[in-house]
Design a protein around this ligand. Sequence first.
Ligand SMILES: O=C(O)/C=C/c1cccc(O)c1O
Ligand SMILES: [Fe+2]
Length: 315
Amino acid sequence: MSALLQCLSHTPLKGYFDPDAAVVQEVDGLVARLRGEVEAFDPDVIYLFWPDHLNGFFLDTMPQFCIGMAAESVGDYQTTAGPLDVPRELAEACANAVVDAGIDLAFSYRMQVDHGCAQPLEELTGALARYPVVPIFINSVAPPVVRTRRARLLGEAVGRFARERGQRALFIGSGGLSHNPPVPQMATATDPAVIERLINNRNPSKEARDARQARTIAAAEAFTAGTGTLHPLNAEWDRRLMARLAARDWAALDAYRNEDITADAGGSAHEAKTWVAAVAAMDAACAGAWKAEERYYREIPEWIAGFGALTGRSD
Ligand SMILES: O=C(O)/C=C/c1cccc(O)c1O
Ligand SMILES: [Fe+2]
C-alpha cells in the first residue's frame, strides 16, 4: 500500500511570539520540505489525528476519541475559518470499521476543529480543503485521558481500514511533544467563569478569543524569560519518544503511564498520542513495510513547544 506519514508539532504562537529569525527560518524550511513531499505524494485521502484545546470539545460531554463526518475550522490564532473537505461516506465507513474492531469512538456531523487540526492541514497542504480529510480527535487536555495503548489500538484500526480501501493515504499526527501551555484544568479551576468556559465555550466572541490568545502570548513571554510557572520542556523525553516511535517499539510505547507523561513532559504532552495513533495507523496500513525518519527536533520556548517532526514512507 502506498502511504505517507507526517508527524509534526503544532504551535499557535507562530507569528505572535517568535524565536530568533534563524530558528523561524529553519522551521519554515522544514515545513516547506514536508509540504513538498505531501504534494509529490498527492494523497487520495488524509487521516488526521489531532488534539483539541477546548475550542470544539468541552466538558459538557468530552469523548476520548471522535471522528468527524463533517467538520469546520473555528479559525483560532492564525488559522483559517471554514469547512474541511470530509468525505462523508468514507468517514462513516471508517467509524464503522473502528467500532467493529472494538474501539468505542464518538462521531460528529458538525465537528469544530481548532489549530490542532487546521494548522497542520494548512501548513502541510496549503489549505483546509486541498485534499479529502478524515479528522480524528484524541482528547489530550481534559483528564481522564486515554493511555498510549488505546491510541495505538485506535491507530491500528484506522490503518487496517485504510489498507482495505487501498487509497493513497497520508497519516498526520499533530501536536506534542513536551509542553504545557496555560490550558485550565477542572481539577484546579475555582473561578466560576473559568469553570463555565471549560464546560461550554463554543463560538466565543472575538473579544473573548483575543483575550485568550493574549493570555497564551503573555505565558510564552514569561516562560521564555524564565519567570513563568509552566512545566519545562523536556528534550530527553521528546527524543526518546521519537526514537521509540521510529523503531515502533510498541512494548515501550504501551508502557507509558499518564501520570508520568504529565510529570515528565507537561500536561499537554498527552498530545503526543496523536503521533502514537498516526504511527500505528501507518504500520497497520503498510503491514509493517515502511521506514521511519526522524526529521527535526528543537526545544522552542517562545512557542511553548518541544518541536519535532517524524516522517514515514511505505516501501
Ligand atoms: O489553545 C491555546 O490557546 C494554546 C495552545 C497551545 C499553546 C502552545 C503550544 C501548543 O501546542 C498549543 O496547542
Ligand atoms: Fe496543542
